[in-house]
Design a protein around this ligand. Structure first.
Ligand code: NAD
Ligand code: TYD
Length: 349
């Protein structure tokens, strides 16, 4: 089977690519990525020489190029993760999110449909999305697969739009699709402008840790490898046309999470207990900041037998260890050096 994974140089995509390349040596895995600021091929340095792996640098907004690679490689399936993914960036530049998340996704759908139209039933378009499309919860309740969409940031609006297009291609053209909507991920290789890696970086360097507003917003955190495992299960066993919610049953107020992280870091760095908490700095709130996300993943658990493999405490400890043991990765990302990795690895050799 030839699988095109888009956004494979990013945070979640790199874990999905590694899992598929290592677990399925008979599959040919193609990693399509534009290598925006969020794409980092160093994330995949350990598998880049594998025979069943190939990197394709390009932009999903470029429909002609997509047509070329579908003609050349004749993919059997697409796992679509490429996206602009940071809410704060979407507030500054919404159009970039429309380009990649909406136009890019529709380009991929059109290309898949064109190349697969003779035997749609033999192909699969699996779209990876977020719980943020469901909007913001009050104190109670969970997002289920039936919750009405109510996106409230330019990021979630663009992801909601892409989800609707994917389902429209199933209903209108019979393209075989699956969709999953996941809660907040954390773990190794997370770009340090998102909350957890940013806080780890700043705590390590004794810099202020910015907490938006009063830190009362709640997120449901899932270890990234558990998301990758869920994607594997849904890809192989999920029902065509269906949606699966993926979540950690693991809600944390931002301030409680940051305090826990400070304590874990104090222990790992041999600092006095409570020292890092002094770095916590409350800053201006995000515009339109969603109060609470929480996922009901019982459909995935009951129908496909998936469940998270690590507790939050275990996952957070593993994550902190990874960042402390991979300070070169973190330094390269924060300095911007990682952006020359592609030239070093692929162009100049
Ligand atoms: P990321 O920002 O770390 O990675 C995105 C990748 O897509 C990068 O490698 C980037 O170079 C690539 N990309 C961006 N624009 C592109 C384009 N036009 N053409 C080709 N490649 C392009 O994101 P992530 O956190 O790994 O998220 C991956 C997917 O999972 C996204 O679709 C996101 O919406 C979804 N998701 C993320 C989370 C989370 O907590 N991070 C949770 C649920 C769902
Ligand atoms: P983030 O990692 O950006 O994910 P998302 O907005 O997609 O949930 O942010 C997680 C939560 O942390 C969110 O409520 C915003 C908050 N936050 C901070 O308090 N400080 C920060 O510096 C960042 C980046 C986020």
């Amino acid at each position: 089977m030839k699988i095109l994974i888009t956004g494979g140089a990013g945070f979640i995509g790199s874990h999905v690519v590694r899992l598929f390349v290592n677990k399925y040596p008979d599959y040919q895995i193609f990693n399509l990525d534009k290598l925006t600021y969020a794409g980092n091929l160093a994330n995949l340095a350990d598998i880049e020489e594998k025979e069943n792996y190939q990197f394709l640098k390009g932009d999903i907004v470029d429909a002609d190029w997509l047509d070329e690679i579908f003609t050349t490689y004749k993919f059997d399936a697409v796992v679509h993760l490429a996206a602009e993914s940071h809410v704060d960036r979407s507030i500054t530049d919404p159009l970039a999110f429309v380009q990649t998340n909406v136009i890019g996704t529709v380009n991929l759908l059109n290309t898949a449909r064109k190349h697969w139209k003779e035997n749609l039933q033999d192909h699969l378009f699996y779209h990876i999305s977020t719980d943020e499309v469901y909007g913001s919860l009050g104190e109670d309740g969970l997002f289920t697969e039936e919750t009405a969409y109510d996106p409230r940031s330019p990021y979630s609006a663009s992801k909601a739009s892409s989800d609707h297009f994917v389902r429209a291609y199933y209903h209108t053209y019979g393209l075989h699709v699956k969709v999953s909507n996941c809660s907040n991920n954390y773990g190794p290789n997370h770009f340090p402008e998102k909350l957890i890696p940013l806080a780890i970086h700043n705590i390590k360097n004794e810099k202020p840790v910015p907490v938006y507003g009063k830190g009362e917003n709640i997120r449901d955190w899932l270890y990234v490898l558990d998301h990758a495992r869920a994607i594997d299960v849904i890809f192989h066993e999920g029902k065509v046309g269906d949606t699966y919610n993926i979540g950690g049953i693991n809600e944390w107020r931002n301030i409680d999470l940051i305090e826990l992280l400070c304590d874990v870091m104090d222990e790992k760095l041999g600092r006095e207990k409570g020292q890092s908490r002094q770095l916590i700095t409350f800053v201006k709130d995000r515009a339109g900041h969603d109060l609470r996300y929480a996922i009901d993943s019982s459909k995935l658990v009951n129908e496909l037998g998936w469940k998270p493999s690590v507790t939050f405490e275990e996952g957070l400890a593993k994550t902190v260890d990874w960042y402390l043991q991979n300070s070169e990765w973190l330094d390269n990302v924060t300095s911007g050096n990682y952006q020359s990795y592609y030239e070093q690895q692929y162009v100049n050799r």
